[in-house]
Write a protein that binds this ligand. Structure first.
Ligand code: WT7
Length: 661
């Protein structure tokens, strides 16, 4: 009926395999080998599954070695295409034009909107004409600050159609975070909404947008979607309603696609790191398009009739790639849900799967853990027979959550694809092909075509071993030996930072920031971040972001953030704060600082624990010893390791003594 368990491994059965696109390890090996040994021909052949105005001349050119000159990679040079054309126009022949492209369910049950490919095409063309009318053209940036409403994919695709670079900011980010991203990207237009709906309540978004726009002189237009109809502040001359724009008499139903060079940027998406301000990852037209198309197809083993539900928010890369671009490029039906899976009842998600006969469900371990806490009786009410493949993304999936998902959601019939990737990587790099080999709980298994991962020796014990392959069963640092089409090209406006961040620690390779263990059979087990990035509910929060928000507060002298184990979120945020002279620790101040971080970044970055400390552990050269803070936060005080470089070891005793449990 789908999956057979044997010796702790989960095999696709004959029935599953009979329909699978790739149904044996041998078949995968044959394709994988070719993708590595003959990338030119492999990727050229793959690229022919999509439409090009002009076929690429050169498939790949790259240098990953800082010693040999500038680090770069380029794909499909000389090729011209358009992502929106491939996602929509390509499907406009009969009968696919009437297939459902986007199936949108609002939080209130009665809010449903269904777009066939033809209808979505029309809507996107109209909105593209609106953008044109505003004077926007190829290469301009548009910032989109919207919740999970259907206008969001329409706006994205309209940008792609015209070669306008979209920069989407997750609706949960604060006004300040939005302002920084608008400014950084040089956006000229903002698209937002009056209010968002969440768990039956309304939240202002337009007021945030207004706050952000106070300091964004470049933005001359703000298009506002009406979602709730509540009274909102309005700036005449700048703000206009989405509906008025799109329904204007001079807006036609067709808009020509811009012919884009393969390396032209498609979008910028900001992500955090352990240092500095958020990095604007630049993803390009040809490479990103082909890679998300292929990964969606093979990893979720798309069938002609698939209805695909990725539960992520489009404000993150997962939603860009696997709600919008990947499914639509494949001509499948993408189901999009406005609300959260726990509201109005803990079986909301299961009910929707049942109602719309969802075939692929792609979510995050944090969601699985939160849902599993509600009890097995909720999924038990729903047979969910339509499900065929389950996906997981965002953080390592603990075997308990994996098994719960397998048993209660997949009813032991659906392969689980644990997909490892990052904002930078554009698409999934390591994941099972569900019909091709057995899975093991907690393992993302093997690399996708073109991807050459290495568990690299960090060179700590023996610097001469830096970068060498770790033996099976021993954890190393995850690097990529070769480029693949969807790897980001640069950090917007700062190519050197892209090189410094990803290509300097391990010469000649892309460094992911993650730890990995490869077992005797070659299965990859991801171990979480090895740097100071915190993974909260599958979302990346930079320690630097949290710390710089805190030190902006008058009372704070220094701050250090670290990830703490958290039952639902995977990791929570633990911060240590030292105060300036004249300020005393208090519960009120603690609350104030926590809400200060929320205001600066957004609710997702809210510290879970805040410990006041008289001092932070530092090396003699004044660097905060994060390794030690991490151990304290993880309650592994017996593993503090070498503290000999520490300036004052009494500081640690103090921190341990007052640790918040
Ligand atoms: C980091 C990237 C790309 C999807 C959403 C997150 C962690 C992601 C897995 C997985 C273990 C995972 C890594 C990675 N991560 N997927 N299947 N198993 N860890 O994107 O915000 O760019 O974060 O998420 O630590 O580096 P992101």
């Amino acid at each position: 009926m789908g999956v057979i368990e044997k010796d702790g491994k989960f095999y696709p059965d004959e029935e599953f395999k009979s329909k699978a696109l790739i149904n044996s390890y041998e078949k995968y090996q044959e394709m994988y080998k070719r993708s590595i040994e003959d990338p030119e021909n492999f990727w050229r052949e793959m690229s022919e599954e999509l439409f090009w105005y002009k076929k690429p001349e050169k498939i790949l050119d790259y240098n990953f070695d800082t010693q040999k000159g500038k680090v770069f990679h380029e794909w499909f040079k000389g090729g011209y295409t358009n992502v929106c054309y491939n996602a929509l126009d390509r499907h406009l022949d009969n009968p696919t034009k009437n297939r459902v492209a986007l199936l949108w369910q609002g939080e209130p049950d009665e809010d449903v909107k269904v777009f066939s490919y033809q209808m979505l095409h029309r809507e996107v063309c109209r909105f593209a004409n609106v953008l044109k009318k505003k004077g926007l053209k190829k290469g301009d940036r548009v910032c989109i600050y919207l919740p999970m409403i259907w206008e969001l994919p329409v706006a994205m695709l309209a940008c792609a159609r015209l070669g306008i670079i979209h920069a989407i900011v997750f609706g949960g980010f604060s006004a300040d975070a939005l302002r920084d991203r608008i400014q950084e990207s040089g956006s000229k237009l903002l698209i937002t909404v009056d209010q968002t709906l969440r768990n039956g309540r309304k939240f202002d978004l337009k007021t945030n947008a207004d706050d952000a726009l106070k300091d964004c002189p470049l933005v001359t237009d703000c298009i506002v979607v009406q979602r709730t109809g509540s009274e909102i502040p309005w700036t005449e001359g700048r703000d206009t309603w989405w509906n008025d724009e799109i329904n204007a008499d001079d807006i036609s139903n067709f808009c020509e696609c811009e012919q884009m060079e393969a390396e032209d940027p498609l979008f910028i998406l900001y992500t955090s790191g352990s240092t500095g301000k958020p990095k604007g990852q630049v993803h390009t037209t040809g490479g990103y398009m082909l890679y998300v198309y292929l990964t969606t197809k093979y990893i979720f083993d798309l069938q002609p009739e698939s209805t695909f539900w990725c539960m992520a928010d489009i404000g993150w890369i997962t939603g860009h790639s696997y709600i919008v671009y990947g499914p639509l490029l494949n001509g499948t039906t993408s189901f999009m849900y406005e609300g959260t899976p726990l509201w109005p009842a803990p079986d909301r998600a299961w009910d929707l799967i049942e109602r719309y006969e969802i075939n692929v469900c792609y979510t995050a371990p944090t969601v699985i853990r939160a849902l599993s806490r509600q009890g097995e009786e909720w999924p038990a009410k729903h047979p969910m027979k339509s499900l065929r493949v389950l996906g997981s993304v965002g953080e390592p999936i603990n075997p308990d959550a994996w098994k719960w998902y397998h048993k209660n959601v997949g009813k032991e019939n659906c392969p689980i694809v644990d997909t490892w990737w990052q904002t930078e990587t554009g698409g999934i790099l390591i994941a099972p092909l569900p019909g091709a080999w057995p899975t093991k709980p907690g393992s993302a298994t093997f690399p996708f075509f073109g991807v050459v991962p290495r568990s690299a020796d960090p060179g700590v014990d023996d610097p001469s071993k830096l970068g060498q392959k770790m033996p099976p069963g021993e954890a190393g640092h995850l690097c990529m030996e070769k480029p693949w089409p969807a790897l980001s090209r640069t950090i917007y406006g700062d190519h050197q930072r892209w090189i410094d961040t990803y290509f300097t620690q391990f010469p000649g390779m892309y460094f992911t920031g993650d730890g990995v263990l490869v077992d005797e059979e070659g299965y990859h087990f991801l171990q979480g971040r090895v740097d100071d990035v915190i993974n909260v509910s599958g979302h990346r929060i930079g320690t630097a972001d949290v710390e710089s928000a805190l030190v902006m507060h008058d009372a704070v002298a220094e701050a250090a953030a670290a990830g703490m184990p958290h039952e639902i979120k995977g990791q929570g945020i633990y911060v240590f704060v030292t105060l300036k002279m004249g300020h005393e620790p208090s519960d009120d101040l603690r609350k104030e600082l926590v809400s200060h971080v929320r205001k600066e970044i957004g609710a997702i970055a809210s510290p879970d624990k805040l410990q006041f400390a008289p001092a932070l552990p530092k090396t003699r050269s004044g660097k905060i010893m994060r390794r030690i803070l991490r151990k304290i936060v993880e309650n592994k005080v017996d593993e503090l390791g070498d503290v000999s470089t520490l300036e004052d070891s009494a500081v640690i005793e103090e921190l341990v003594k007052n640790r918040l449990g």
